[in-house]
Design a protein around this ligand. Structure first.
Ligand code: FAD
Length: 496
């Protein structure tokens, strides 16, 4: 009889893949069950008429989270995954004709801001210094550990981290903090936008989120060779190399609980037993569908869901030398846009538009030469049964009109192929409740503490990873959730 400990991972999203690798390194025999017929969850791709598109995430920061997995597994990363750093993170376009390049070299960005907006260089440099300090003081604790174990809450580390937090980071909203620091509306808008990195509203979310720019502008913005899908492919390949077994198109139907302990899962009406179960499925649906625990599911909903998005994938029969890899076309009135995203939950007439074009970095690879693969995204409210067909039509028209004004071309005539992703499809494709991109939002001061922990308080040997649980959504945090979970498992199994 084998004495190897067994682990079941539900879902092959980025957090599920990282969890499987970590548990395998810890000596578990790992099986991953995935409802789709491909790995990566939101981090996937598709091809259309000679164009290749990254379906979900497009911005890559903190490659060290990926490197760590390869070094833990004892495999040379360069044989699986390559990436490069980018000199410009984003190119920002405004209605008044201003165009700003956000250079990842802080001095160059400071000079650009001063020359384009009049914002004094020092203001940017001190802001980014503050962002770095905040990250260094807080990240070690809030992002790399569970906040939900009594020992962490009362540790000297927490007291020290909270003591270092200046009042402005806790009591001001992100927008208030940015407006107090910068003098120019265009700069304030750039730094307010970082709240959207976890689907939050800068006019509500705490100033604490101003640590996010540190990742992109101090640590750097990167591009994975072959596009974002290379992250999924590299981790999947690594997992296979470690002997992890994948079962695609096999949705888990139930988690089996015996005497308050998770002991396995039901799949295809068969029981499969294991020592631990790790759910990478949205925590709301895990309670609702796999545990039939409706009261815990309702509890999760006490925290507001993150925003969702509408994405138009356009194969463009034209190339645009004036555009970069990442481009933002700002709305005139950011506050009104966020009100409609989080309050009225309606379509907004003048949305901020994000256009990502990966063939800028690898010409000829993801689009035929002379053409471009556009990933065009606008933030959208979480799905509450709105009329998405109408939303699509409204947003599509608004995007074409706005880009026509700024780029001066008839975009409609250049769209060779089109595909659309809306919150309802996001929800059904990866079981993300309400189509939220990042699980829950950070629209409250207590958001970090309210997010669901990486373990179950009621059921032993059941763990949670991914964007809907601590420390939150986005690739870096999803990868950190797998690290926190694996540390817990190591401790729980050592104590036995
Ligand atoms: C359009 C879009 C743009 C984004 N942009 C960025 C970005 O630029 N940068 C960034 O860092 N992040 C971005 N994000 C967020 C990021 O994609 C997510 O936070 C992250 O990929 C979530 O990973 P995950 O592992 O938590 O979950 P998911 O990717 O949702 O994976 C969960 C997996 O579980 C599977 N599953 C669900 N139920 C079951 C079941 N019962 N049985 C078996 N399997 C099941 C699902 O099929 C899925 O594969 C974006 C997301 C979207 C949708």
């Amino acid at each position: 009889m084998s004495h190897t400990k067994k682990a079941i991972v539900i879902g092959a999203g980025i957090a599920g893949l990282a969890s499987a690798i970590r548990l395998s390194v810890q000596g578990f025999e790992v099986s991953v069950f995935e409802k789709n017929n491909y790995p990566g969850g939101k981090l996937s791709e598709f091809k259309l008429d000679g164009f290749q598109f990254d379906a979900g995430p497009s911005l890559f920061t903190q490659p060290e989270n990926i490197e760590e997995l390869f070094s833990l597994a004892g495999e040379p990363i360069e044989e699986f995954f390559q990436y490069q750093s980018l000199p410009i993170s984003f190119k920002y376009f405004y209605d008044d004709g201003t165009v700003i390049n956000a250079y990842t070299n802080n001095q160059a960005f400071a000079e650009e801001l001063e020359s384009k907006t009049g914002e004094k260089k020092e203001r940017l440099l001190t802001y980014l210094e503050g962002s770095k300090k905040l990250y260094q003081n807080i990240a070690g604790l809030f992002l790399n550990n569970s906040l939900h174990q009594i020992k962490t809450l009362f540790s000297p580390g927490v007291a020290k981290a909270i003591a270092t937090l200046r009042r402005k980071y806790l009591f001001k909203s992100m927008h208030e903090l940015n407006a107090a620091h910068f003098t120019q509306p265009h700069t304030i808008q750039i730094f307010d936008r970082f709240a959207t990195y976890n689907g939050s509203n800068p006019f509500q979310a705490p100033g604490m989120l101003s640590l996010i720019p540190h990742l992109e502008l101090n640590q750097g913005t990167f591009y994975p060779k072959g596009g974002m899908i290379s992250i999924t492919n590299a981790l999947y390949k690594l997992a296979l190399k470690k002997g992890i077994r994948f079962h695609f198109s096999e949705p888990i139907e139930r988690i089996i609980v015996n005497e308050n302990k998770a002991v396995g899962v039901v799949v295809n009406r068969k029981n499969i037993f294991a020592n631990i179960v790790v759910s990478n499925m949205d925590v709301y649906f895990t309670y609702q569908r796999l545990l039939l625990d409706h009261s815990s599911a309702t509890e999760v909903l006490k925290q507001e869901r993150s925003s969702s998005a509408l994405i138009f994938y356009w194969g463009m029969d034209h190339s645009f030398p004036e555009l970069e890899l990442h481009n933002i076309f700002f709305t005139k009135d950011y506050q009104a846009e966020f009100e409609s995203l989080f309050k009225s939950k309606k379509a907004y007439a003048d949305p901020t538009i994000y256009v990502n074009i990966t063939c800028k970095i690898e010409p000829g690879l993801q689009a035929p030469m002379g053409k471009e693969n556009w990933f065009v995204m606008v933030n959208a409210p979480a799905n509450m049964g709105q009329d998405w067909l109408q939303f699509r039509a409204q947003y599509r028209a608004a995007i074409i009109e706005k880009l026509h004004k700024i780029l001066g071309v008839d975009l409609e005539a250049m769209i060779q192929v089109e595909e659309v992703l809306d919150p309802v499809i996001i929800e059904s494709r990866t079981d993300s409740y309400m189509g939220s991109l990042y699980g829950t939002s950070s629209n409250s001061k207590m958001a970090a503490f309210l997010r669901h922990p990486n373990f179950s308080k009621k059921i032993k040997n059941l763990y949670f990873v991914g964007g809907s649980v601590h420390p939150g959504g986005g690739i870096p945090l999803c990868l950190k959730s797998a690290s926190i979970m694996s540390k817990m498992v190591a401790k729980d199994f050592k104590e036995k």
